[in-house]
Design a protein around this ligand. Sequence first.
Ligand code: ARG
Length: 463
Amino acid sequence: MTDKTANAMWGGRFAAGPDAIMEAINASIGFDKRLAAQDIAGSRAHAAMLAAQGIISTSDAEAIREGLLTVLSEIEGGQFTFSAALEDIHMNVEARLKELVGEPAGRLHTARSRNDQVATDFRLWVRDQIDAADQGLAALTRALLAQAEAGADWVMPGFTHLQTAQPVTWGHHMMAYVEMFGRDRSRFIDARARLNESPLGAAALAGTSFPIDRDATAEALGFSRPMANSLDAVSARDFALEFLSATAISAMHLSRLAEELVIWSSAQFRFVAMSDRFSTGSSIMPQKKNPDAAELLRAKIGRILGATVALFTVMKGLPLAYSKDMQEDKEQVFDAADTYLLSLAAMEGMVRDMAANPDALRAAAASGFSTATDLADWLVHALGLPFREAHHITGSLVAEAESRGCDLPDLPLDAMQAAHAGITEAVYGVLGVDNSVASRTSYGGTAPDQVRAQIARWREALG
Ligand code: ARG
């Protein structure tokens, strides 16, 4: 029965070891070694609980604890030899523990299965990524707030359809992203609260007959409570899907901002200059300064969304409880988390370092008949015209300015009066871009006072 190539952890009923191809497709150690710290934390909590409950002796628990600390330092120090024959991180750690402490190591897996073990490890790992995302988003928000504060009253064109629409302020535009990334942060915080329940003690799927204390292990690992259903505890991966979904939404926001930076830094716009630290040159065109980091951020959503779709596809249609399909969850989440956190850091650096060009912003804001809506509103306020009629008159004045090759404020009064006899000198007061933005004082509007109030609110919230 005990062929020496049979698996030492589960090979009792096997006469022969696995085919090399079986070993290659089955092993997850190549990637799940990233769960080592979480795996050892989970095992330490489990062993301490087993001793406290009288399920193993205190001396065995002490040997396990010491041994696990040695394993951790070997892994952290790069001296650990990972083995594909031992499949995954759980069995690699346990096998090394056996080498180090002997017989007590065999008692660690009492009242536990790799199914609740991996679910616990993975939750702990994703929780750490959520905390890192939270910090990264806070840092990016601070960089956006600094930009908004510097340019709370710099006038720039606001666009719809990427056509000049109405003047807005630079601060207002920056604060739009503060709102988006603020919602991203709250999505991560919500996901964390739902994730933060402990699967440990669910065992293979049905719970255990040993008198374990699941509250104790949950508390030791910083979970709010144990999961209430053992089948669910080992089967659920919605915590990972929620993390991926929140990451994908936020990466989509990063992509939109990145696209604006690409457009704005072009020679045609010159709204911003990206710093050298976040740009690259061309090997053939010496004049080029390319916004590569922004372009990469515009693209990273593809990879993150791909991971999200991949894990949904793995999980759909799986019967309860654990199936080996679920081993396919980790690489997607690892890659998405790495990609997202790097993207956040790159965006924070770009936003922090970029220099807006207030003159170019203002010049662009004043062109393209951006105050046409202000003129129409004035006709309503001052002359009591219905808005539709005001809209029509303004349209004819835009056409007139266009044919003369000038902007609205340059049209002489007699040309204005040809469109409507009631128009007076006072109209010129609303045609300037500063007046236009200053007048938009409705809550959430672009007026500098509104923008400053929002900056103050966010600074207070960030602490
Ligand atoms: N490496 C496995 C995974 O990532 C651990 C759980 C294995 N459980 C089992 N019953 N084979 O899913």
